[in-house]
Design a protein around this ligand. Sequence first.
Ligand SMILES: [Zn+2]
Length: 252
Amino acid sequence: MKFILFFIICNLSFATRVILLDPGHGGEELGAMSHVWIKKKGSSKTKNIYEKDLALKLAKKVKSLVSKKYTTYLTRSFDRTVTLDQRAHMADTVKADIFVSIHFNSSTNKKYRGFETYYLDNHKNKAIKKVEKIENKSLSGSDKVVNQILIDLVIQKTVPSSKKLAKNIHKQLAKNIGKKFKFKDRGIKPGLFYVLALSKRPGVLIEAGFMSNPSELKIVQKEAYLNAYAKSIARGIESYLASLPPKDVPLF
Ligand SMILES: [Zn+2]
């Protein structure tokens, strides 16, 4: 009897939902980059701000919130290069239920501002194609052709769940980032992001503000902003996961 109970308890532990958080870029791949001037005692020098660092900081904050309730992993926990394929492979290794990729936006137009949440789907929007170009950068041309079939299959399978996850997260963001920080709500959008497609599970890609916009760049580095953003993502993830039917427990 004790033996059976031991196995049931062990198997129940596998029934918790698994979240894989993906801080964008890392290592040699810097992502978006901005310069800021630091004035000190009459002299001034420039400092580089990298998307890879902000994304990691935000992802770690989300992890500390959701890991209280769910099994949570990061695709990288420090500054290192991870390919899109490796990130996707990790989703299989940890048997992730959802994949959340975290990024900050950039544009040649310094006036662009706001936050947006993407889910994997086809579309014909030219503005979105520009964002995809930046985030898909590390995948080679031949891979993109081969993966198109896979992408279509993954889209068919995951669109309703990914869209629902995006809605849950974005609803929190609209309240906590849009209203409190007066950030423009750019909405929920479909996008062909390879990291989402390759992970083959419900997932979203977060763009947490424009690093190319000088006034937004100041705010996105602040702890208060990152904490509020992390809290919104965490609440969105939790409400999405809570809405799912109980996960099958693989007994023995
Ligand atoms: Zn990025």
